[in-house]
Write a protein that binds this ligand. Structure first.
Ligand code: HEM
Ligand code: HEM
Length: 545
C-alpha cells in the first residue's frame, strides 16, 4: 500500500503544472465529474439562439463599464459651481451628480467612451431582450417545461427597463429630471397612497435632495443584484431543460441534435462576446448618446422640448401622451384619470404577454412537454396574438414621440395623437386578423408544396402543344420539416348529462375554453396537413401537375 502511494504521488509530481492544479481543484470541488457531465452537453444550432447570448454579453459589458463609472460618479444633489473644462457651462450652479458626469465626459481618461458604451449597451441589452422574448414567443419555446424560465426572463425584461430608467436619471440633467418628474406625476395620481409614496421616495417635496443617492443604490446594487440572480437561474434552467430545437430529420422530443458545448460552443461564445463588445464599442465611439452638456442641469421650473425617454420607456410615455386629460372630483379629492388609467394599463399590457403561456396551455388543454419548436405559421392564433401585442407596443412608442413625429413630418401634433388613440385599439385587431390570414395562407402553401412540389419557374411545351410548369419534388428533409408539426383537435365541452343521466350545469369557463380552443384549432383556423396517403396518391399517379 505504502509503495503505491509513493509511486502515485511521484507520478503526480511529474505531471504538468496545469494538470496538478486541476487535480487539486478536483479534490476540493469535484470539477472532473462536473465537467464530464456538462461539457459535452449538446446544443442545437439556429441563428436565433444567439439572441439570448446578445443579452448576456451586453449585460456583462454594462457591469464592467458601470463599475468604472462608479469610480468617478458622485451620487449627490449638493449644489456646486461648475469649473471643469466645458467652457459654456463654467460658473453655472448644478448638482454634484451632474458635475461629476460632466467630469467623466470631459476630464476622465476614456470617461466619455465608457459612459457611451454603458448607455449604448443598455439600449442594446433591452432591444436584445425584446427580440429574444419574441423568438421564444413565436416558436412556442415557452411551453412546458419552460414556463418558469419564461417568467424569469420576463422579470429580467421588466427589471431591465427600471434599471435603465434609474440609470439615465442619475446624471440629473434637464432631460432625465423631466423623466423623474413624469414618474412623480404618475405616482401622485395613485389614489390615497400616491402622495405618501412620492414623499417617501423623494424624501419630501419633489425633487428634494435625496433621489439621486437613492436611485444610485437601486441602480448599481439592488436591481442588478436581483437581475444577476435571475440570470443565473435562467441559464441554469436552460441547461437543465436542455435547449429546444427546430423540427428536422432525426430530431425528436426526446433527443437534442447539435454540437457539444466544449469545444464548439465555448469557442463560438467566446468569439461572439468580443464581437458584441466590439460592435457596441464601435457604435459608442461613433454615435453620441445623451450629450448632457448640451441639455444642461435639471431645474424643476424648466422643460426642454423634444424630450424623449430611452426607447424601452417610450411605450409608457405614449400611454400618457395619448390619454385624454380626464379628471374627476370625488369627495373633494381630485382623481387624475388621465394619468392613473395609463399607469394601470402599463402593467396590464406587459402582464398580457407574461401570462400567455398559461392561457395557451389552458385553452389547448395540452399538458405535455415540448422540445420541438413551432414554425410561427403553424400556430396562427399565437402568432397573431404576438403581432397584435407588438403592434400595440409600437403604436404607443409612436405616441411617446408624438412631438417628434409632428415636427419631423410636418404634421399636426393633434393628428398624431388621434392616430395613436385610434390605432391603439384598431391596430392590434387589424394586425391579428391579417397575421392569422397570412399564417393560414402560408400553411396552404406548405401543403401545396408537399403535394405538388416546388414551382420551378421552368415552362415546358409538351409534344401535343400543352404548356406546363415543371414542379420539382421536395427532398425528404424538406418534406419532413413541412409535415413534422402536430395538429390539434379543439377541446370540446364534456358530456351534457352527468353519470346519472341528469342534465349537467355548464360552467362559463368550460364554454369559454371550448370557444377559444376552436378559435385556435377549429375548422378554418388551421389547414390540415397532407397525410402520407394523400402524398402517395398524388405523387405516384402522374409526372406533372
Ligand atoms: C437578461 C436577459 C436574458 C438573458 C441573458 C437570457 C439568456 C438566454 C440564453 C443564453 C438562452 C439560450 C439561448 C437562446 O435560446 O437564445 C435563453 C433561453 C431562453 N430564454 Fe432567455 N435570456 C434573457 C431574457 C429572457 C426573456 C426576456 C425571456 C422571455 C420573456 C426569456 C425566455 C427564455 C426562454 C423560455 C428560453 C428557453 C428557450 C429554448 O430552450 O428554446 N429570456 N435565454
Ligand atoms: C441592467 C443593468 C443596467 C442598465 C440597463 C444601466 C443603464 C444605465 C444608463 C442608461 C445610464 C445613463 C448613462 C448616461 O448616459 O450618463 C446609467 C448610468 C450609470 N450606471 Fe448603469 N446600468 C446598469 C447597471 C449598472 C451597474 C451594475 C452599475 C455599477 C456597478 C452601473 C453604474 C452606473 C453609474 C455609476 C451611472 C451614472 C454615470 C453616468 O450617467 O454616466 N450601472 N446606467
Amino acid at each position: 500500500m505504502s509503495t503505491t502511494t509513493t509511486n502515485d504521488s511521484g507520478a503526480r509530481r511529474a505531471a504538468p503544472a496545469g494538470e496538478r492544479l486541476a487535480d487539486w481543484a478536483d479534490g476540493r470541488l469535484g470539477i472532473y465529474s462536473l465537467a464530464k457531465s456538462n461539457m459535452r452537453k449538446i446544443f442545437p444550432d439556429h441563428w436565433s439562439f444567439m439572441l439570448g447570448e446578445v443579452c448576456l454579453y451586453s449585460f456583462i459589458i454594462i457591469i464592467l463599464t458601470g463599475v468604472y463609472l462608479t469610480l468617478f460618479f458622485h451620487p449627490s444633489m449638493n449644489e456646486v459651481v461648475y469649473n471643469g473644462s466645458y467652457v459654456p457651462l463654467q460658473g453655472q450652479l448644478m448638482s454634484e451628480a451632474f458635475n461629476s458626469t460632466l467630469h467623466i465626459s470631459f476630464d476622465v481618461r476614456g470617461g466619455l467612451l465608457i459612459r457611451q458604451i454603458h448607455h449604448w449597451a443598455a439600449l442594446i441589452f433591452l432591444a436584445g431582450m425584446f427580440v429574444h422574448m419574441m423568438r421564444v414567443f413565436f416558436t412556442g419555446a415557452f411551453r412546458k417545461p419552460r414556463e418558469i424560465n419564461w417568467l424569469f426572463g420576463f422579470l429580467l425584461f421588466v427589471l431591465g427597463m427600471f434599471t435603465g430608467f434609474t440609470g439615465y436619471s442619475l446624471p440629473d440633467d434637464l432631460l432625465s429630471g423631466t423623466g423623474v418628474r413624469f414618474m412623480e406625476g404618475a405616482i401622485l395620481s395613485v389614489p390615497i397612497v400616491g402622495t405618501y409614496i412620492s414623499f417617501f421616495l423623494f424624501g419630501g417635496e419633489f425633487p428634494g435632495h435625496d433621489f439621486v443617492a437613492r436611485f444610485y443604490s437601486i441602480h448599481i446594487l439592488l436591481l442588478p443584484g436581483i437581475m444577476l440572480g435571475l440570470m443565473v437561474g435562467h441559464l441554469i434552467l436552460v441547461f437543465y431543460h436542455k435547449h429546444t430545437q427546430f423540427a428536422g430529420p432525426g430530431k425528436t422530443n426526446n433527443n437534442v441534435v447539435g454540437m457539444p458545448l466544449l469545444p464548439v460552443y465555448m469557442a463560438k461564445a467566446g468569439g461572439f462576446f468580443f464581437l458584441v463588445f466590439g460592435v457596441i464599442a464601435a457604435v459608442a465611439a461613433i454615435a453620441t448618446i445623451n450629450p448632457i452638456w448640451a441639455i444642461g442641469p435639471y431645474r424643476s421650473d424648466q422643460v426642454s422640448t423634444g424630450a424623449q425617454p430611452d426607447w424601452y420607456m417610450g411605450f409608457a410615455e405614449g400611454l400618457i401622451r395619448a390619454m385624454p386629460g380626464w379628471e374627476i372630483n370625488i369627495w373633494g379629492h381630485t382623481l387624475v384619470l388621465g394619468v392613473f388609467i395609463p399607469l394601470v394599463i402599463f402593467p396590464l399590457v406587459l402582464a398580457a404577454i407574461a401570462v400567455y403561456p398559461f392561457i395557451e396551455s389552458w385553452v389547448t388543454g395540452d399538458k405535455r412537454e415540448h422540445h420541438i419548436l413551432d414554425r410561427p405559421r403553424n400556430a396562427p392564433t399565437r402568432t397573431a396574438f404576438g403581432v397584435a401585442w407588438i403592434t400595440a407596443y409600437m403604436v404607443m412608442l409612436v405616441g411617446g414621440g408624438n412631438d417628434l413625429w409632428a415636427t419631423h413630418f410636418h404634421l399636426s401634433i393633434n393628428a398624431v395623437t388621434w392616430f395613436v388613440r385610434i390605432a391603439f385599439f384598431a391596430g392590434p385587431v387589424v394586425a391579428f386578423v391579417a397575421t392569422k390570414r397570412i399564417c393560414l395562407g402560408l400553411q396552404r402553401r406548405d401543403r401545396d408544396k408537399v403535394l405538388h412540389g416546388r414551382e420551378s419557374g421552368i415552362i415546358k411545351r409538351l409534344p401535343h402543344g400543352e404548356f406546363i410548369e415543371v414542379h420539382e419534388p421536395l427532398s425528404q428533409e424538406q418534406l419532413h420539416t413541412l409535415t413534422a408539426h402536430e395538429q390539434y383537435v379543439p377541446v370540446e365541452i364534456g358530456p351534457l348529462v352527468d353519470e346519472h343521466g341528469v342534465e349537467r350545469k355548464l360552467k362559463g369557463s368550460e364554454k369559454l375554453r371550448a370557444k377559444l380552443s376552436s378559435a385556435y384549432y377549429g375548422e378554418l383556423n388551421q389547414i390540415s396537413k397532407p397525410t402520407a396517403d394523400e402524398y402517395k396518391e398524388i405523387t405516384s399517379g402522374h409526372g406533372h401537375h
